[in-house]
Design a protein around this ligand. Structure first.
Ligand code: CTP
Ligand code: MG
Length: 396
């Protein structure tokens, strides 16, 4: 029973490690267990646990991917999610997550994404123990193996396992105590409980769970693969057989530093457009139209300034990601029609080329039309370009 009726809780899911010991060639959190990644499975446990702010800490160059995973797992609770870039050590990653905790949160849990199959009731036990008055709580399992202290390959002495426990996550803390310990941290610790204990805080234990084991090696990954149940699709279509349409518009002003990129093509000699990416209004209108059709928010949700890997990116990167986002939510793109309004460049000679490039990147037919506006408006005066797109998506 919680003493605080509605605990104000945040869960920091650290997923910024490289997974050296797993050696899968990509950061551990993005390795698949089944059709879904370690991170996605970890987040399923988090979202099935008592409601909390959820902060995912991802490798610097994978913030966009982590956002896709987090939004997919969040379903209707996307407003609870934020994703931040981690640091070189686990402790630095936790600190980055801690900086994103909302002001009124009182209890903070720190959880390893690598403990992907942790059941929701472990979160509940930890939250309750903190709510009942403990400053620091960790889930533990008894040690089952017979333990020996060794020097090289010689046994020095047996170790009494009854006084030992194996620590797991999520580890839960009173927010003010955790903030203080991180502010004053002088050394690097492998878990948060060790950091707090070094600062003099008493750490309590609650029962852990065998399924909360950490995926560290390929043997652990095999064990996880044998245990998983399929993840239900988060954003299932409202009606399974009915297509959905979406629209998107975008505008960019001339005055960028580089040459023009528009409709997925480079236009040498033409003045560039200003924007966080390459200013390709045609591509961005398509992205918005597809995301709207799939009910996945808009371009800012998935490609905002929080995703630095899209700074300077061209249409192909945006459209490929958009297609993947739609697929993840259970949609295939039927087709897209996009119209660009601009005095220049002249589209007629390259319209077919633009359609080919955009269609290939999106994996669906994209038709491009172009018009001028008879000298009227900002497109007529040549200050910028506007693009308007309509997309249709079908349940996969
Ligand atoms: N972690 C992190 N930032 C780091 C290092 C680790 O967020 N700089 C996270 C990992 O993503 C993981 C958890 O901390 O979820 C536990 O770390 P570990 O199992 O050691 O993962 P890795 O550091 O990725 O693996 P390895 O040590 O084998 O490289
Ligand atoms: Mg590590």
């Amino acid at each position: 029973m919680s003493i605080i009726p509605v605990p104000r809780v945040a869960v920091i899911v650290v997923a910024a490690g490289s997974g050296t010991r797993l050696g899968a060639g990509s950061p551990k959190a993005f390795v698949g267990i089944d059709a879904h990644t370690i991170l996605r499975h970890a987040l399923r446990g988090v979202f099935d646990a008592p409601e909390a702010q959820v902060i995912v800490v991802a490798p610097d160059d994978r913030v966009g991917d982590a956002t896709t995973e987090a939004l997919g797992a969040a379903g209707g609770r996307r407003d609870l999610v934020s994703v931040v870039a981690g640091g070189a050590t686990r402790q630095e990653s936790v600190a980055a997550g801690l900086a994103a905790v909302w002001a009124d949160v009182e209890i903070v849990l720190v959880h390893d994404a690598a403990r992907a199959l942790t059941p929701p009731d472990v979160f509940a036990r930890v939250i309750d123990a903190v709510a009942e008055g403990s400053d620091a709580v960790i889930p533990v399992l008894p040690v089952v193996d017979t333990l020996k202290r060794v020097a090289d390959d010689v046994v020095v002495e047996p170790v009494d396992r009854s006084v030992l426990a194996a620590a797991q996550t999520p580890q839960g803390f009173r927010r003010a105590v955790l903030d203080g310990a991180y502010r004053d941290a002088a050394a690097d610790h492998t878990d948060d409980a060790a950091l707090l204990q070094s600062a003099g805080t008493q750490v309590r234990t609650v029962p852990g769970d065998e399924r909360a084991f950490k995926i560290t090696t390929t043997a652990d990954l095999d064990r996880a693969r044998a245990l998983v149940e399929p993840v239900p699709r988060a954003a299932s279509p409202a009606s399974p057989s009915i297509p959905r349409v979406g629209m998107g518009t975008d505008v960019h002003a001339f005055g960028g530093d580089d040459t023009l990129w528009l409709a997925g093509l480079e236009w040498p000699g033409e003045p560039g457009l200003k924007g966080h990416s390459d200013g390709d209004a045609v591509a961005h209108a398509i992205v918005d139209a597809v995301l709207a059709a799939a009910g996945l928010g808009d371009i800012g949700t998935h490609f905002g300034t929080a995703q630095p890997e899209y700074a300077g990116a061209h249409a192909a990167a945006f459209l490929a990601r958009t297609r993947a986002l739609a697929a993840e939510a259970g949609w295939v793109v039927g087709n897209v029609s996009v119209q660009v309004q601009a005095n220049r460049p002249r589209f007629a000679a390259r319209r077919v080329e633009a359609e080919r490039v955009l269609s290939e990147a999106l994996g669906a037919p994209v038709s491009v039309s172009a018009t001028t506006t008879d000298g009227l408006g900002f497109t007529g005066t040549g200050d910028g370009v506007a693009a308007f797109a309509v997309a249709v998506v079908f349940p996969a």
